[in-house]
Ligand binder design. Structure first.
Ligand SMILES: [Zn+2]
Length: 231
């Protein structure tokens, strides 16, 4: 059964058409997508599997999926997700542009970190694009006082691409973090998900044991069985 989004999106008092769209989205793949990357930017890169294959598995079919996924990963509150979906409904062309920008950022993140996971150097234009996204994110943040100090807040909260700002910062943080040495690409057949291995023994090879791990184990078992038969 699909996992429901946390929170109260079910209770939105909107016109039926809009509510129905949202209810559909709550059970979409964007709402139930596995989060196994260990870093926000990698979970975002993992919203598609088989980036360069002929038949990739896409979890984000459009802007509303992007909002639902962002809510799932707590980049947005219920109220913020509702607001963005409402704005997107009114300004569909802008929403389409924001979605296109999101996919471009996702693919840039994938190219950079999949190169690094394979001990290759990322291409300069990709690092430049990541830096531009990082600067854009910083331009949309400000220091704000709290009861016991200061915090960094996002400004322009109704911007349709606001979920891309923390994702861009996450990519920049991972690039300069010691965790980069634990970056891997899943070894599952046809799986190109990226992950930071935070396991105690640093032997994680698959995005998840339930999916790619078990498939690899059964393949090895069948191969051994075939080998024994041919002896
Ligand atoms: Zn995998």
């Amino acid at each position: 059964m699909a996992e429901a989004l946390p929170g109260s999106l079910w209770t939105i008092p909107w016109p039926d058409r809009f509510c129905n769209m949202l209810l559909d989205k709550l059970t979409s793949e964007a709402a139930t997508h596995r989060l196994v990357g260990g870093a926000l930017c990698l979970d975002f890169a993992n919203t598609i599997n088989g980036h360069s294959s002929a038949a990739p598995h896409e979890y984000l079919a459009g802007y509303s999926d992007l909002v639902v996924w962002s809510r799932r990963i707590s980049l947005l509150t219920d109220a913020e997700a509702e607001r963005l979906l409402r704005v997107a409904n009114e300004r569909s062309r802008e929403a389409a542009t924001a979605f296109q920008r999101a996919i471009e950022l996702r693919e840039t993140i994938f190219r950079v970190f999949s190169a690094l996971a394979l001990d290759r150097s990322p291409k300069s234009p990709d690092i430049a694009a990541l830096n531009e996204a990082r600067l854009n994110a910083l331009n949309h943040s400000t220091l704000s006082p709290t009861d016991d100090g200061y915090t960094v807040e996002w400004i322009d909260k109704s911007a349709l691409d606001r979920m891309l700002w923390p994702i861009a910062l996450s990519a920049a943080e991972l690039l300069i973090s010691p965790d980069l040495s634990r970056l891997h690409k899943c070894e599952g057949d046809g799986c190109d998900w990226l992950l930071v291995d935070t396991s105690r023994n640093h032997l994680r090879r698959w995005c998840s044991m339930d999916e790619c791990g078990n498939r690899a184990k059964s393949r090895r078992f069948l191969a051994r069985k075939r080998k024994r038969r041919t002896r």
